[in-house]
Design a protein around this ligand. Structure first.
Ligand code: HEM
Length: 224
């Protein structure tokens, strides 16, 4: 019978941040689409302009938005500098190796088994997750420009000069809003593919399950 040895893949903070960001992104998509198209109005039977569902959605959008920003900054710091993420950083060794790229593409095309990885991610995963990180930075920056455009005191006022310059780069606030909206769709497309690929990987290669992002541990077949 094949035996498997446990390998500690994801640190506690990596896992906690993954799930907080997942919840934040779901909430931001829901509240963001409501902001774009407020299809519901509170029915308070009075005819008075009360209820303020739109304001409530905007508040939650900003709360989850700033949560996403805070966690993403901390996550980038962890990935780049800390010892607990050294296994994740080792993935770059495979990323720069064309042979591993060919092997992993063959794996996904059902033409071969899974090659042994030096780090936590295969090259395709690392490329995808770096792109997702870029998307997060882009949506957070466009979100901050929109925020500073409305809130002129506190943090909004503090970041306003920098955000104004960025707004000019985008060609005006209307374009910023459009890009913020288009970027939302990038997440809407990424999420089902991400869940599908993680499930596919987990069912096809025993040992690397979805539970790794909960427990932190994956299992690797021991050489007999
Ligand atoms: C995954 C992350 C995010 C998603 C999916 C998202 C999605 C959206 C969407 C769809 C809209 C409506 C755009 C439209 O009118 O067509 C919106 C508006 C907005 N978002 Fe985000 N957003 C995200 C992150 C952020 C962040 C990090 C901030 C900054 C704190 C932010 C601040 C705003 C602001 C200020 C508005 C405009 C609200 C208004 O016009 O009243 N968003 N967002």
């Amino acid at each position: 019978m094949a035996s498997y040895k446990p390998i500690y893949e994801f640190s506690k903070l990596t896992r906690i941040f993954h799930w907080i960001r997942a919840i934040a992104i779901f909430a931001l998509i829901a509240t963001g689409f409501y902001i774009a198209y407020p299809f519901l109005a509170p029915d308070n039977f009075s005819g008075e302009p009360t209820g303020f569902l739109y304001a409530l959605m905007r508040s939650w959008h900003l709360i989850f938005g700033f949560l996403l920003i805070a966690i993403s900054i901390f996550r980038i710091y962890l990935f780049v500098f800390t010892k607990e993420c050294s296994f994740e950083r080792k993935s770059f060794l495979d990323f720069i190796n064309p042979i591993v790229w060919i092997k992993i593409l063959k794996t996904y095309m059902l033409l071969g088994g899974h090659p042994h990885m030096k780090g936590a991610y295969n090259p395709l995963q690392l490329a995808t997750y770096m792109f997702v990180m870029f998307l997060i930075v882009a949506i957070c920056l466009t979100g901050l420009i929109l925020h500073a455009n409305v809130y002129h005191e506190g943090l909004g006022g503090f970041i306003a000069p920098a955000m104004k310059s960025l707004e000019v780069v985008f060609g005006g606030i209307a374009n910023v809003r459009l890009w913020h909206h288009i970027l939302t769709w990038a997440f809407v497309i990424f999420i089902p593919i991400h869940i599908y690929m993680a499930s596919w990987n987990a069912t096809r290669f025993p040992g690397s399950g979805i539970d790794t992002i909960v427990s932190g541990v994956k299992f690797e077949k021991e050489e007999q």
